[in-house]
Structure formats: structure tokens, C-alpha cells
Design a protein around this ligand. Structure first.
Ligand code: ADP
Ligand code: ADP
Length: 226
């Protein structure tokens, strides 16, 4: 089964700009997949649609066999999204950011607390659990967004430019966390414009440019060509 199966996906924004021009893309269950492309290529639009935050114009999105139009709730429950921007809830304590997200998915409070502790410890944020989110550094906020995205234990984790602007040490620790998560069975798709990040983490890659998939290959095949 594919973790993600996208057919003929298009997106035209209000005002008429066509950000996606017919995307076909399949990602295998268990894959660690990179969507690489320059700014404005359509990466955020693509993952916004897959994560049900942006409406598509035409096409079909299936996540672990669930059709997004027929069963939107099943699709949402399979996906955890780590967005690029997070300027919400800045006055909320770190742990509440995770617990609120658990509430959104209807996870009982006692179970939510167990998971929040597990992920905040793994991501080195447990000592900060009572601090307001606005007190965190950029790298800490991103790690918090990962904990938040994992609280409903999604089978597919999608990250939008997860390490942009994060210093090298924190980046390495995030990479190692994501590698372990993938090894335990979570399918991961990330967007990046660093080839180095894709190279270090991912098995397969699609290059997106001007709303189209320019290339879909394995990292090793891509590196052999360069
Ligand atoms: P990327 O994530 O690859 O940088 P985006 O998906 O953010 O690309 O954007 C793709 C194109 O769509 C860009 O030209 C961008 O300006 C445009 N775009 C993004 N969001 C909107 C919007 N809400 N309304 C109109 N155009 C948009
Ligand atoms: P609703 O449509 O039920 O009002 P929203 O779309 O406003 O829900 O989302 C509520 C919160 O959940 C927001 O913080 C949003 O970013 C987040 N969210 C929505 N879909 C997902 C998802 N698939 N993964 C992670 N967070 C999500």
C-alpha cells in the first residue's frame, strides 16, 4: 500500500495563480521521502493540501488507502504536520501546546499526558514544559512542533522545511530523532531546499519546480548523476 498516492493534483489560488499543475506522486509506506525544490515551486501548497489545510482545485489524494474526499477524518488521523510557521498560541506553556493538539484528536487526557512526556523528553524539551512557547528558541519551537505533530501517533509525518534556520548541532539532533522515528515504522515526507538534508536523511526524492514534478528518483541515483 502507498502511504501517499496523489493523482493529477492541481491548485489554482484565488486570483488565478496556478501553483500546482497536475502532480502525480506515490510514496511507499515506510519511506523517508524528500520534496526538493526552489522557493515558490509549490512544496508548501502540496503538503498543505495533503494535510487538509489547503483546498485542492482538482485531483485525488489517498493516504494509506483513504480517499481525502470520501473520508477526510481518516486522512487527518493518519497525518501529523510540522508546519513551517507557528505564530499561534505563543503564550501557551510548552506542555499545553502538545496537550491541546491531543484534545483536538480526542485523545483522553491521561493518555495525552503520557505521550506528551515521552515526546518532550525525546526532543529534549521536558525541562521547558512549563515555559511559554514564546520563550523558546527557533530550534526548540521546531522540536515542539514535532512533539505536537506526533501526539496522535500518525503513520505519516510531514515536515515543511524542518531545519531551515536551525543551527548545525540542533539540526543533527533533529535528524537523528527523525531517523529513529522512520526506523520504527513512521513514513516521513519533508520539504527542503537543501540537497544535503535530503542526502543525509532520505531514500527517495521528488524534485518539484513551477508546480510540476521534474524528477522522481532515489537519492543514490540522483547523487550518481551529479
Ligand atoms: P514553496 O513552498 O515551494 O516555496 P508555495 O507552495 O509556498 O511554494 O508557493 C507556490 C506558489 O504559489 C508561489 O508562487 C506563491 O507565491 C503562490 N502562493 C502560495 N500561497 C498563495 C496564496 N494563498 N494565494 C496566492 N498565491 C499563493
Ligand atoms: P477545524 O477545521 O476542525 O476547525 P482546523 O483546520 O482549524 O480544524 O485545525 C485545528 C488545529 O489543528 C490547527 O492548529 C491546525 O493547524 C491543526 N491541524 C489541522 N489538521 C492537522 C493535521 N493533519 N496534522 C496536524 N495538525 C493539524
Amino acid at each position: 500500500m502507498f502511504a501517499l498516492d496523489v493523482q493529477q493534483l492541481t491548485k489554482t489560488y484565488r486570483g488565478g495563480f496556478q501553483a500546482l499543475k497536475g502532480i502525480d506522486l506515490q510514496v511507499d509506506e515506510g519511506d523517508f521521502f524528500a520534496l526538493l525544490g526552489p522557493n515558490g515551486a509549490g512544496k508548501s501548497t502540496f503538503i498543505g493540501i495533503v494535510s487538509s489545510l489547503v483546498n485542492k482545485t482538482t485531483g485525488q489524494v489517498r493516504v494509506f488507502g483513504n480517499d481525502q474526499d470520501a473520508d477526510p477524518e481518516a486522512v487527518k488521523s493518519c497525518i501529523g504536520l510540522v508546519p513551517q510557521e507557528f505564530n499561534f498560541n505563543l503564550f501557551l506553556p510548552v506542555i499545553e501546546v502538545v496537550l491541546n493538539q491531543a484534545g483536538y484528536y480526542g485523545i483522553p487526557r491521561h493518555e495525552a499526558k503520557i505521550r506528551a512526556e515521552r515526546y518532550l523528553r525525546q526532543l529534549d524539551l521536558w525541562d521547558r514544559r512549563n515555559q511559554e512557547m514564546r520563550r523558546l528558541s527557533g530550534g526548540m519551537k521546531r522540536r515542539l512542533m514535532i512533539a505536537r505533530a506526533l501526539v496522535h501517533q500518525p503513520r505519516l509525518l510531514i515536515l515543511d522545511e524542518p531545519t531551515a534556520g536551525v543551527d548545525i548541532e540542533i539540526r543533527r539532533s533533529m535528524w537523528s530523532f527523525l531517523r529513529d522515528l522512520n526506523a520504527e515504522g513512521t513514513t516521513i515526507i519533508l520539504t527542503t531546499h537543501y540537497l544535503e538534508e535530503a542526502e543525509s536523511l532520505c531514500r527517495n526524492i521528488a524534485i518539484i519546480n513551477q508546480g510540476r514534478i521534474a524528477e522522481r528518483t532515489s537519492i543514490s541515483a540522483l547523487l550518481n548523476k551529479l
